[in-house]
Design a protein around this ligand. Structure first.
Ligand SMILES: Cc1cc2nc3c(=O)[nH]c(=O)nc-3n(C[C@H](O)[C@H](O)[C@H](O)COP(=O)(O)OP(=O)(O)OC[C@H]3O[C@@H](n4cnc5c(N)ncnc54)[C@H](O)[C@@H]3O)c2cc1C
Length: 332
């Protein structure tokens, strides 16, 4: 089969636009396309919000293709597969890049199985030489594996949020937006979305936040988490938690960082009263800067932290918050 020199990015929509990590996936695909002298196609299944086509072009797409059919909104893996598999067979791209969002993590393996091709998930580096290779953390983040894709195409990969941040939009970029009305005669809907219930509050998604202030059992109870919320608010971030905190019902599961929770790569991760168990590290060890506050100077987390504060969290947190407010001139 002849393959085009195209790199396809499957966009993950969100209300009135796209998930920011889809723009990172575009940046990742753009760098592969540059190395291969190829092009980037952003595929948007569903109804493209106004101006979103332009946003995708400014972030690296050469063309945007909207796959239009009522069954594609909201996302279900069955309908998206039914639309994407024939599209990708016809388009025959070099690679398909998805963001490692909830949808991307479900869709990518299903696409790889349907197209009988290779998959690399949660990639933190991509390289295009004579072969396409990727790097991804393995063994709960303790090692980084380098994988070479075989010649089978398209190669499918998901990219970890907050890793492939590009330089931002380039207003001088141009491209085309095309809509394909697709026919899904009987979409194989094994499930149907009846209702989407959003969590109360407008907290930032922990996988997309640039700053995460996380609490462990050392916070000593749910009543003290307001200290983390206040610091997160001053830093423009959000709150995370260790698993026992979630198991105790102090915080919702969406806050859990680690092997059985979310994997995050913020610019700044502040671990408060967290011991640094390997299962917790699995979710945050690729953070760009790690600060740990713990009253035990021998806590394992200090071996992974860039900065360590040996102190009682309940004393240290208000002081830190006040100092950041002063330095950043934030009034909250
Ligand atoms: C299969 C499996 C999957 C798991 N998945 C996850 C996961 O996804 N995420 C996760 O987090 N864990 C996970 N765990 C649990 C993990 O092994 C640890 O038990 C957990 O991370 C410990 O949480 P913690 O650090 O909050 O608590 P602890 O280990 O009890 O640590 C509390 C820390 O707080 C410090 N401290 C106490 N009081 C204060 C104070 N006043 N001021 C400052 N410091 C204080 C202590 O010195 C201690 O270091 C998993 C375990 C298994 C077996």
């Amino acid at each position: 089969m002849d393959y085009s020199n195209d790199f396809v990015v499957i966009i993950d929509p969100q209300e009135h636009g796209v998930k920011p990590v889809s723009l990172e996936a575009l940046f990742a695909a753009r760098s592969l396309a540059l190395a291969a002298a190829g092009s980037v196609t952003a595929v948007y299944p569903g109804n493209l919000p106004e101006d979103t086509g332009q946003t995708l072009i400014q972030h690296g797409a050469d063309r945007v293709i909207v796959l239009k059919n009522e069954a594609l909104t909201p996302y279900t893996v069955g309908a998206w597969l039914a639309a994407l598999v024939p599209f990708l067979r016809f388009r025959a791209p070099q690679a398909v890049v998805l963001a490692a969002t909830l949808h991307g993590k479900e869709l990518a393996p299903a696409l790889a199985a349907s197209l009988d091709t290779g998959l690399a998930t949660d990639c933190i580096a991509l390289q295009m030489d004579s072969q396409l290779s990727v790097q991804r953390p393995v063994n709960a983040g303790k090692a980084i594996a380098t994988l070479n894709f075989s010649a089978d195409k398209p190669r499918i990969m998901t990219v970890r949020p907050n890793v492939f941040r590009g330089p931002g939009p380039d207003a001088s970029r141009t491209g085309s937006v095309e809509t394909l009305d697709i026919n899904l005669e009987e979409p194989p809907l094994a499930m149907r979305v009846k209702e989407i219930v959003r969590e109360a509050g407008d907290a930032l998604d922990i996988t997309e936040a640039r700053v995460v202030v996380s609490g462990g059992l050392g916070m000593q109870g749910p009543a003290n988490f307001h200290l983390l919320e206040e610091l997160a608010c001053v830093l423009g971030g959000t709150v995370g938690a260790s698993r026992p905190v979630v198991d105790n019902g102090w915080r919702p599961y969406s806050n859990q960082v680690g092997q059985t929770g979310r994997t995050i790569s913020p610019d700044l991760y502040i671990a408060c009263g967290i011991s640094g168990a390997v299962q917790h590290l699995a979710g945050m060890s690729s953070s760009k800067c790690i600060v740990a506050i713990n009253k035990d100077p021998h806590a394992a987390i200090f071996s992974f932290a860039d900065y360590g504060i040996v102190a009682d969290v309940l004393t240290a947190l208000p002081l830190l918050t006040e100092e950041f407010k002063r330095v950043l001139s934030v009034n909250v």
